[in-house]
Design a binder for this molecule. Sequence first.
Ligand SMILES: [Zn+2]
Length: 349
Amino acid sequence: MPGSFVISLDFELHWGVRDHRSVADYRENLLGVRHAIPQMLAAFARFNVRATWATVGFLFFARKADLLAALPALRPEYEDATLSPYPELASIGDSEAADPFHYGASLLRLIQQTPGQEIATHTFSHYFCLEKGQTLDAFEADLAAAQLAAERFGLGTKPLQSLVFPRNQSNGAYLEACRRAGFVCYRGNQRSPLYAASDTLGDKGLVKRGLRLADAYLPLTGLSARSLPEIAAQDPGVPYDVPASRFLRPYAPRLGFLEPLRMRRIEREMTQAAERGLVYHLWWHPHNFGANTAENIAALERLLGHFGKLRREHGIESRTMAEVAGQAAVFSATSSSARQDSPPVNANA
Ligand SMILES: [Zn+2]
């Protein structure tokens, strides 16, 4: 069975970094996103590549009055109060035109108009599922608000099917709630202790972060890619895990001389996945491309070109997260009916 090449993007603007970076700190990237996203979409269209845009629900709005009217009544009460974005709503601008850091409606329209792009969720409020103080009820209210925002945006009824947990805090105990809210899949973490989910405090180790940086250039961890049967074999009561294979780090000018290593590392993994018929899942944040945009777009085009070659040689196809989940569902339905059709083994033993 040929493999799949999946791209997911955590589209969040300032809402994804606000607890550790001010708008002033990150201004270049946040403004640069508005140039980077159209270039990313053009590259996807040119190479006929699909992507899943896991979008923070706050970004579906263009006007503050509409955003405030759509907030859930039940909100997370994190022990570390700085993690909640809700108090910040008092100080944001009135519209996307006045405040390009906190609204994303016009960018979402561009994504919606580009063929093959899936609009998904990064939760409504960039919700942290492993932080102390928040509850399952508050999480469910957040997901309901996300679905409603997407409906009002004109995407249909319960239109969001794929979910990316903010800061990769995937919480196994919350998966049933995700299914109830209409989600068919989520992005699990890359398979290595270096990338395991933890709360903010648990993730601050310098050694772990240094090793993750080195892993972008050198093969410290093995290929993290699953086959469709492995994905399909999961617990049928919860959304499918379409796990991350690798974070596409932004171009780092100081490490520019290592750029060929970084590219070759990803290309080699893509080739292995294509040869073995696996699902290879690359992800990043659009704001990572907000600075050094030309270098980042060039890197993306190089990878998409490599994918085009693998598609011709091995039949690997570009799929959204929801499409991989759909394929997994078909696979489990046909393999379970095949099991029912075949006679039981050792029935009389
Ligand atoms: Zn995020």
